[in-house]
Design a protein around this ligand. Structure first.
Ligand SMILES: [Zn+2]
Length: 133
């Protein structure tokens, strides 16, 4: 297999497989300078153009996923309340640059989060029955 790693690949949502739109300024968050966007499945992403603001970009992505509710977003726990994907990203080419991990000088990173649907308060969803022993 020839290696195409440096060329990257079109960013796709890991949760639904759809192509991600280009990042743009997020009007929902007037105080932020980080671009981002959202997938049709509800996943939200924020791009950290320097690759050095990781924690911040992730928090902003979570905030977007919560509809701008910062307090709620700060209560979320990874794995339990949301799934995250962190990928190196070439904002100019709009490509994921896969094949290595960790910080790379001059490389932007994309932080994508999707909230896990909250389990229904009742153990029995409407229209279904608990398994019989
Ligand atoms: Zn999606």
């Amino acid at each position: 297999m020839p290696t195409l790693r440096q060329r990257g690949e079109p960013p796709a949502c890991p949760f639904c497989g759809a192509a991600l739109p280009r990042s743009r300024r997020r009007p929902s968050n007037a105080t932020s300078v980080l671009p981002g966007g959202r997938c049709s499945c509800g996943a939200c992403f924020v791009v950290d153009p320097t690759g050095r603001n990781g924690g911040h970009a992730l928090l902003e992505a979570l905030e977007d996923a919560c509809g701008g509710d910062r307090e709620r977003s700060q209560l979320l726990e990874p794995g339990r309340d949301y799934q995250e994907l962190i990928e190196n990203y070439d904002a100019q080419l709009h490509r994921f640059i896969k094949g290595f991990r960790g910080y790379r000088r001059g490389m932007a990173r994309l932080y994508l989060v999707k909230l896990t649907p909250a389990p229904a308060p009742s153990a029995t969803p409407p229209g279904s029955r608990p398994p019989q022993a």
